[in-house]
Design a protein around this ligand. Structure first.
Ligand code: PEP
Length: 253
């Protein structure tokens, strides 16, 4: 059965002291996770160690990087490798967030290399895709997202694509307070699952977790997560508030 996931993306926010406090606050809240549910918290790289330490002994709670480089090690000043993550027991990284695609020109081809190095090294990539407002206004979102997925993921085997978590994040809904309706999100996420089924088979498509991201809050999470093809959320702003994120975790139920 595919996993249901509440994933936090802290982006480039918080001081060390604030990160420490947020983790303490979050873990003091009541949330419950059933067997197929997970929490993944993508913290800024300098806080990976702190966050990892704080999750010791917490089942189904994982710390994630927000990005990695395509090489295992070497003269790439400022970059983070999968080998470094592995050596710290970190098992996830976000790949291809729209902010990285836009501000750092990350292409589908480049992201394909990132996906590969993750899978070769047992790191779960949380692969982001999603269209800008102009694309949605022309009703070309399905074609746009299909190209992102085909060019970065469809070289994988059926076994490997099942190890990828896909996060559909329409850019017009990220950090804007403007959420896709649950119908809009369900429609495109069903399309993504069908795309995978057409390329591989229904069982493969059924095993892939597809998250929705874009202004997920405590008050809309339940409605979004109850859609058949929405397996949880990738949450930016609301994950910086312990109470709000704990409520989002509980909305997985
Ligand atoms: C994100 O950063 O991936 C995101 C979806 O942000 P927000 O929840 O703030 O829209």
């Amino acid at each position: 059965m595919r996993k249901k996931i509440a994933a936090a993306n802290w982006k480039m926010n918080l001081t060390y002291a604030q990160a420490n406090e947020l983790l303490d606050n979050l873990f003091s809240k009541k949330y419950s996770l059933s067997e197929n549910q997970q929490v993944v918290i993508a913290v800024p790289a300098p806080y990976l160690h702190l966050a990892k330490e704080k999750t010791q002994g917490k089942n189904q709670v994982f710390i994630s990087a927000q990005n990695i480089y395509t090489k295992k090690s070497g003269a790439y000043t400022g970059e983070i490798s999968v080998e470094m993550l592995q050596s710290m027991g970190i098992e996830h990284t976000i790949i291809g967030h729209s902010e990285r695609r836009d501000y750092f020109n990350e292409s589908n081809e480049f992201l394909k290399e990132k996906v590969d190095i993750c899978l070769e090294n047992h790191i779960t990539p949380i692969f982001c895709c999603g269209e800008a407002l102009e694309v949605r206004e022309q009703n070309k979102q399905n074609q746009f997202v299909a190209k992102q997925i085909e060019e970065s993921l469809f070289h994988l085997s059926s076994t490997d694509i099942q190890k990828v978590v896909i996060a559909y994040e329409p850019i017009w809904a990220i950090g804007t307070g403007k959420t896709a309706t649950s119908e809009q999100a369900q429609e495109i996420q069903q399309f993504i699952r069908q795309l995978i089924a057409n390329k591989y088979d229904a069982a493969t498509a059924d095993a892939v977790s597809i998250l929705y991201g874009g202004s997920v809050k405590a008050n809309n999470a339940k409605e979004l997560f109850s859609q058949p093809d929405i397996d949880g959320g990738l949450v930016g702003g609301a994950s910086l508030n312990a109470e709000e994120f704990a409520a989002i975790i509980n909305a997985l139920a």
